[in-house]
Design a protein around this ligand. Structure first.
Ligand code: NAD
Length: 258
């Protein structure tokens, strides 16, 4: 656990949890939410990256805790949310961002490839929503933003990933209905191709083909995604729920061949 505390007059400041917040899109989201004055809790598996991200956010003036959490494990998630409540006393925003890929055609896909993608990308969102909805319902306020993917539309070699992200879209719609009367909104973002450590794992030829397939002719940045998350996370966005917003440079509008 990494904690840094700037003695702050802002003990009433909003609190945001970002899963997978130690790097990539999640870190971009944490930066944006901190920029808007929120206290931040990062949930991530990667302790070294958590330390680095927490140090960076604290240096920019944010109050932040980094918690080593496996978001696929209910007990680990519940303990982490309890730790956030103990430290900060409230949870206003949850961004379910942790996610992985294990791309393979289905005949090459192992049971493990299927299970881990569904667990990290979808089950984690169920577990984190369940854990925060108790304090949010007591407060009669909450903003949940689930990170899906444009790939929920379907992709060759992505049956596990697209099914998990389609599940995220449906989970978002159901929870939006379930919690609308409690002042809690639940929305999703469907990013297109974004420059992150995950994207860098692709070989350079694939990276280039992917970039050319974007109508905007560029790869997105974590800040592009964070901008949309910030919109849904605003107090003022109270009449928007159950929606999935594409942030993909127009790529959802055509049928890319890669
Ligand atoms: P990334 O691999 O760069 O970062 C993901 C983070 O999640 C890492 O810090 C990792 O340690 C953490 N994580 C993984 N498993 C975890 C677990 N079980 N418990 C806690 N933390 C865990 O990925 P990214 O590209 O930043 O992706 C973030 C989200 O955006 C994912 O949901 C991904 O599916 C989605 N997305 C990414 C792209 C893209 O092009 N990069 C496109 C569409 C959607």
């Amino acid at each position: 656990m990494n904690a840094s505390h700037h003695s702050s007059e802002a003990d009433n400041a909003e609190v945001a949890i970002v899963t997978g917040g130690a790097k990539g899109i999640g870190l971009g989201i944490a930066r944006a939410l901190a920029h808007h004055g929120r206290r931040i809790a990062l949930f991530d598996l990667d302790r070294a990256a958590l330390d680095q991200a927490s140090t960076e956010l604290a240096a920019s003036g944010a109050e932040v805790i980094g918690l080593a959490v496996d978001v696929t494990k209910g007990e680990s998630v519940n303990q982490a949310v309890d730790a956030v409540m103990e430290r900060f006393g409230r949870v206003d925003v949850l961004v379910n961002n942790a996610g992985i890929v294990r791309d393979k055609r289905i005949t090459k896909m192992s049971d493990e490839d299927w299970d881990i993608v569904i667990d990290v990308n979808l089950k984690s969102q169920f577990l984190c929503c369940r854990a925060v909805l108790t304090p949010m319902s007591t407060a009669r306020y909450g903003r949940i933003v689930n990170i899906a993917s444009r790939a929920w539309l379907g992709g060759v070699g992505q049956s596990n990933y697209s099914a998990s992200k389609g599940g995220v879209v449906s989970l978002t719609r159901s929870l939006a209905l379930e919690w609308a009367s409690a002042g809690i909104t639940v929305n999703a973002i469907a990013p297109g191709i974004v420059d992150t450590p995950l994207f860098r794992t692709f070989d350079s030829a694939l990276q280039e083909r992917l970039q050319k397939s974007v109508p905007a002719q560029r790869i997105g940045t974590p800040a592009d995604i964070a901008q949309a998350v910030s919109f849904f996370a605003q107090r003022e966005a109270s009449y928007i729920t159950g929606q999935t917003l594409y942030v993909c440079g127009g790529r959802s509008l055509s049928s890319p061949s890669v």
